[in-house]
Design a protein around this ligand. Structure first.
Ligand code: C2E
Ligand code: CA
Ligand code: CA
Length: 677
């Protein structure tokens, strides 16, 4: 009761629109306050720096080409020296050899792929080598012209130098200054020597070389532009692809990894583990989170999720992954030292989530169930580990929520049983394996049976008798509940029609059954086929039905109560009780849950609660049933507390229809005897 009242002011405020929706990702944009163009410029600078790096790297590509070029030139200079018998050319050959070897060594030694060598150093080293080599080669060729040696020597050296200059300016177009510098340093000495030597042939050679320089500058420039642009656009696409990948792996609400992100992180982590590492997968499911969403609206729900995400990130180890796995489920996947470590982490996580939240100054409590599976004990691959944690979580929820369960192998057996139930449930109706038992609800003053509650039983040919708690939830999950529910109502109505007029029948309805389309029609058909007066049918519903402010629920109750069908509020006191819907819907009966009569916490407090409910019932003209009466003392206590009806093993267990008929017949017989006496 308290929770709802506590939350109300918050809800009103939110509906009033004064609450801003929280955006946990708002930190992802540019720094607040920085000029809008600055970030863009910075990105462009970063990009051009990376492009420059790639272009410089091309200078160092294939050091073998440097070696081959140097070898040819040294050979040309040596052959020229030998033909012309000029010692200067031997010296030139030695200088070229030294520079060539130094360059190849530098290219092999400096690795452009390593982040440690700066782009500027790489560029400078290459530049020094390239320029000195080009100058040495240009001067050697110019020297052969100047001293007027044999024609074949001049042709050999000039052709070699020009070929090198032109070839290298295309090869190094990625760094235009280097390309053009090398071209100029090889060509200009030759052109100058040609002009100096004079004569028509040499003059034309000089002019040709001078014209060659701007032509090559333009060609190198074009190559550079194409190279730079294509590298830049490839870089941009790669960056975009990276960004898209990050987005695809991130949950928008919490900023945590999403399902895809978790899968990725799990695969990465599991590939990197060695034999004795241990990992824990902790699956966290917020209890009744749907109610937070339904009562307070999605914006508040989202903020709770973000806050849970923040807390999980704080407690989870650095090396771990925290992910949001759909609606209100989270997963923490991390290395641990042993199972004790996992237990400690799970209890820290649990405690963190249970710590009350403050949202807009309002206090809000959230609970969670945890399922834990360990690698390698409970699975050695991601899928098995997830299945194990899921099963452990399922057990934590079934075992009463707000608890932590560690996987153990018996859980797999339970799951198998559940699956079998799922498969066989549909067939069970046709095979006549289901039947309805009846448990009397007795007037505490007269001891007479007023109503029989219909309780379904499944007599399975192999598994024996199955309790509804075992298969009704499966029927709800699989949707079979609608068919099953209609069948139960039809059977119960048919049998009730054979009882005396003043005895009514109560049928339990699952919320899912009521919300299904055509729910009222199913009940009406059952009544018509059995020929039962609608006033003799009572439908038991639980508080969970009203959590969602559902139009179809209200219409269902209204339509049937207009016909005379009565409604009872079952298991009262176990849910998020609110008196609001007792007022809103026409209940004729409240059934106080058996935990108030025979549970562990029975005492003064529960006695006071029963008294208060009974008093309210008296005032509003409702019957109050105490459930689960097993001892005479309990019967006396609830009667003293003001309950007018009782149900429980003290009076009778649920019995087959013929025994129910016998109980009624006995009563009539006693009546007759009393009348005749
Ligand atoms: P419920 O509606 O609260 O039904 C009462 C349950 O308490 C029954 O268990 C009944 O056998 C048990 N019970 C009655 N008196 C005592 C007692 O003195 N002590 C103890 N310990 N238990 C007592 P059952 O038949 O196993 O049903 C369990 C639940 O399954 C029911 O709780 C009801 O929620 C659901 N259920 C049963 N039949 C149907 C059905 O036909 N349709 C739907 N939708 N739900 C059903
Ligand atoms: Ca019931
Ligand atoms: Ca009940």
């Amino acid at each position: 009761m308290g929770v709802i009242n506590l939350l109300k002011p918050l809800r009103t405020r939110i509906r009033g629109g004064s609450t801003q929706s929280a955006s946990p990702n708002s930190g992802a944009g540019p720094e607040p306050g920085s000029p809008p163009g600055a970030a863009k410029r910075e990105r462009a600078d970063q990009l051009s720096e990376r492009v420059r790096r790639i272009l410089v790297t091309t200078l160092y590509a294939q050091p073998s080409s440097l070696a081959i070029g140097a070898l040819c030139t040294v050979a040309a200079a040596s052959v020229s020296a030998w033909i012309a018998e000029l010692p200067e050319l031997y010296v030139a050959a030695v200088i070229l050899t030294i520079i060539g070897v130094a360059r190849v060594v530098a290219a092999l030694g400096l690795s452009p792929d390593s982040e440690n060598t700066s782009t500027a150093v790489l560029e400078l080293v290459y530049e020094v080598g390239a320029f000195s080599y080009a100058l040495a080669l240009g001067c050697t060729a110019a020297f052969t012209i100047l001293i007027g040696t044999q024609t074949q020597v001049e042709v050999l050296m000039v052709a070699n130098a020009l070929g090198y200059g032109i070839g290298v300016s295309a090869r190094n177009a990625g760094r235009p200054t280097i390309a053009i510098g090398q071209l100029a340093l090889t060509c200009l000495p030759i052109a100058l020597a040609a002009f100096w030597a004079g004569g028509a042939g040499f003059i034309v050679l000089g002019i040709t070389i001078i014209l060659l320089i701007p032509a090559m500058i333009s060609i190198a420039g074009n190559i550079f532009t194409v190279l730079r642009d294509s590298i830049a656009s490839a870089e941009t696409s790669a960056r975009l692809a990276d960004k898209m990948q990050v987005l695809a792996r991130t949950d928008v609400v919490t900023g945590l990894a999403n399902r895809a992100g978790l899968n990725h992180a799990m695969v990465e982590t599991m590939m990197g583990v060695d034999e004795d590492s241990r990992l824990a997968l902790i699956w966290v499911d917020l209890d009744r989170f749907k109610e937070v969403n339904d009562l307070l609206g999605h914006p508040v729900g989202d903020r709770v999720l973000s806050e849970v995400a923040k807390r999980l990130r704080e407690v989870a180890p650095e090396a771990g992954t925290v992910a949001r796995f759909g609606g209100d489920e989270f997963i923490v996947f991390c290395p641990i030292s042993d199972s004790k470590d996992a237990a400690r982490l799970a209890s820290e996580i649990h405690a963190e989530i249970m710590r009350p939240f403050r949202i807009d100054g309002e206090r809000l409590e959230v609970r969670a169930s945890l399922g834990v599976a360990l690698l390698p004990d409970n699975g050695t691959d991601a899928d098995t580990l997830m299945q194990s944690a899921d099963l452990a979580l399922y057990h934590a929820k079934v075992g009463g929520r707000s608890q932590t369960c560690f996987f153990d192998s018996s859980m797999t057996r339970d799951l198998v049983r559940r699956r079998e139930i799922e498969d066989e449930l549909r067939a069970a109706i046709q095979r006549d394996e289901l039947s309805i038992f009846f448990q009397p609800i007795v007037d505490l003053e007269t001891g007479r049976i007023k109503t029989f509650e219909a309780l379904v039983r499944w007599f399975h040919p192999e598994k024996g008798e199955l309790r509804p708690d075992e298969f009704i939830p499966v029927a709800e999950e699989t949707g079979v509940i609608v068919t099953l529910g209609n069948w139960i109502t039809a059977q119960a109505a048919r049998i009730a029609a054979t009882w005396p007029e003043d005895v009514t029948v109560a049928v339990n309805l699952s919320p899912l059954q009521i919300r299904a389309p055509g729910a009222a029609l199913g009940i009406k058909n059952a009544l018509r086929e059995a020929g039962l007066d609608p006033r003799r049918l009572e439908l038991e519903v639980t508080e969970s039905l009203f959590i969602e402010d559902n139009h179809s629920t209200a219409a269902f109750i209204e339509e049937l109560s207009e016909m005379g069908v009565r409604f009872a509020l079952d298991d009262f006191g176990t849910g998020y009780s609110s008196l609001g819907y007792i007022n809103k819907f026409p209940f004729s009966k409240i059934k106080v849950d058996r935990s108030f009569v025979s549970g562990a916490q029975v005492g003064k407090k529960s006695d006071a609660i029963i008294r208060a409910v009974a008093e309210m019932g008296n005032t509003l003209g409702m019957d109050i049933v105490a459930e689960g009466l097993e001892e005479i003392e309990q019967v006396q206590a609830v009667r003293d507390a003001g309950c007018n009806l009782g149900q429980g093993y003290y009076f009778s267990r649920a019995v087959p229809d013929y025994l129910a008929a016998m109980l009624l017949a006995q009563e009539r017989e006693q009546d007759l005897r009393a009348a005749s006496a």
